[in-house]
Design a protein around this ligand. Structure first.
Ligand SMILES: Cc1cc2nc3c(=O)[nH]c(=O)nc-3n(C[C@H](O)[C@H](O)[C@H](O)COP(=O)(O)O)c2cc1C
Length: 181
């Protein structure tokens, strides 16, 4: 259902970015299969008048044991980009982890948070260590409650759907394709 909606409202480039994985996408499909195997354990004849699923993630209180994972380029999906996520996280009381490659600035998102709302920030360490240090200081000064260091992305994945979409949109290549049938 969500997939269908995404196909209707997103541009092909946005869809390729959000929904594709590396190479032949074996790991992406394996991840999906793994999630499909997870079931909620039904509980019956228990007191459910008041259900409280709140907990803490790295010392930050959250109403549900989930958080918004860092994902880059939210503006591909909506002009307000990550601001929507900050607002949603604030309204529902869950933690947002802002991507290093967020399409909104950290200042903008820090400004958007509500009173008492915690925000966390994800870091890809730049090879230019001075630049990395500068951004870490900035995140600290803006009151990010934690820094989530990504250690498994030394190089970008070979995202073929992304590449094909970029090629399809390139006017020169489009023209060559037309000429060559
Ligand atoms: C479109 C997209 C963009 C992402 N961008 C980032 C990013 O900028 N930084 C990061 O640490 N992880 C990024 N991730 C990885 C996610 O944070 C998350 O770890 C991954 O999607 C696995 O979680 P999932 O199984 O719930 O999708 C991105 C994932 C997707 C699908």
């Amino acid at each position: 259902m969500i997939g269908e909606l995404a196909h209707k409202i997103l541009t092909p480039a946005a869809l390729a970015y959000y929904a594709s994985g590396s190479d032949d996408e074996w790991t992406m499909h394996a991840n999906r299969d793994a999630y499909r195997r997870i079931r909620f354990r039904p509980r019956v004849l228990r007191k459910v008048g008041e259900v409280d699923a709140s907990t803490e993630i790295l010392g930050v209180k959250t109403t549900l044991p989930i958080f918004i994972a860092p994902a880059a380029l939210a503006k591909l999906g909506h002009p307000l980009g990550e601001v929507n996520l900050t607002r949603g996280a604030g309204e529902t009381g869950i933690l947002q982890v802002i991507s290093s490659n967020s399409s909104c600035s950290l200042d903008e998102l820090a400004e958007e948070r509500r009173e008492g709302q915690e925000l966390a920030w994800q870091l890809y360490v730049a090879t230019d260590r001075d630049r990395a240090e500068k951004t870490i200081k900035k995140a600290y000064n803006l009151g990010m409650s934690s820094i989530w260091l990504t250690v498994d992305a030394p190089v970008g994945g070979n995202r073929e759907r992304d590449t094909k979409e970029k090629i399809a949109r390139d006017p020169v290549r489009r023209k060559i394709r037309r000429l060559c049938g």
